[in-house]
Design a protein around this ligand. Structure first.
Ligand code: DBV
Length: 250
């Protein structure tokens, strides 16, 4: 069992218990990808597996799980709501590299600076966020340009101990996901044309930023090559633009 497998298993089981999950297509060749890295004694297999679902109100629920031994474990888990809801994104970036653990967990807002939006989607999460602060202190520097995409309840931390990941981070992950599904349950479709246009722009802004700045791009290129990586990023991980051009989503 690898570090983030229980996170993934728990999340899928929990989503299944609360939503009518349906499969979301994963382009062929991207469900499972393996490569050997390193030389001689340091050779290691790096396997990336992908998971995709959709549900009422949720356009894409997807996870990328990278397993490359004790010092390379990544779970990137994102939920993209339908474009006719003002729901935030659920975003979890759980990363273990030779340098240590790096955890990003948030309900990433469509409208970071709108007080009504904050009151609706960030304020209710603050007590959860606060309850973990003691064990999961602020992780320090992160890219300034990413700020607009994070909420005031952004849990950003670099735990020193793996047990902190297995306990506090796991608990926080479950709490955030539960709170997210509570939002989903309460969400009402947006009807106003102007509001819908604003949501679409905000979704595209977020998506373009993440596709362009994907911090895993370098790693994936090294393991699986440039072509596979770009297709994975634009054709699966952050696929909204493609889907809009295919006009699968209106
Ligand atoms: N990050 C992804 C996807 C990943 C992934 C799809 C499938 O968005 C992994 C894999 N994140 C990943 C890896 C690293 C990070 C780091 C492998 C380490 C990169 C390295 O050190 O080589 C939050 N993730 C990070 C960092 C941040 C985030 C701030 C630090 C790296 C940096 O300084 O850029 N999550 C990340 C982010 C957003 C988000 C920037 C923006 C909205 O949601």
């Amino acid at each position: 069992m690898t570090l983030y497998q229980p996170f993934l298993d728990d999340a899928i089981a929990y989503l299944q218990s609360r939503l009518e999950l349906m499969p979301y297509p994963i382009p062929s060749g991207f469900e499972y990808k393996s490569a050997i890295t390193g030389k001689g004694k340091n050779q290691e297999e790096v396997v990336t597996t992908s998971y995709g679902f959709c549900a009422p109100k949720l356009r894409q629920i997807r996870a990328a799980h990278v397993q490359g031994g004790k010092s390379l474990q990544v779970l990137n888990f994102v939920i993209f709501p339908d474009l006719n809801y003002d729901l935030p994104f659920f975003g979890a970036d759980l990363v273990t590299l030779p340098g240590g653990h790096l955890i990003a967990l948030d309900m990433q807002p469509l409208f970071r600076d709108d007080p009504d939006y904050q009151a609706k989607y960030s304020a209710p999460i603050l007590p959860i966020f606060e309850s973990y602060r003691q064990h999961l202190p602020w992780g320090g520097d992160f890219p300034e340009e990413a700020r607009p995409f994070f909420s005031p309840a952004f849990l950003w931390t670099r735990p020193k101990e793996t047990t902190d990941v297995e306990t506090h981070v796991f608990a926080a992950f479950k709490d955030y996901l539960k709170a997210y599904l509570d939002f989903v349950e309460q969400a009402e479709p947006v009807m106003d044309t102007q509001a819908l246009a604003t949501i679409k722009q905000a979704q595209l802004r977020y998506l373009r930023y993440r596709a362009e700045k994907d911090p895993a791009r370098g790693m994936f290129k090294r393991f699986y090559g440039q072509e596979w990586t770009e297709e994975y990023i634009h054709g699966f991980l952050f696929d909204l633009e493609r889907k809009l051009t295919e006009s699968v989503v209106s």
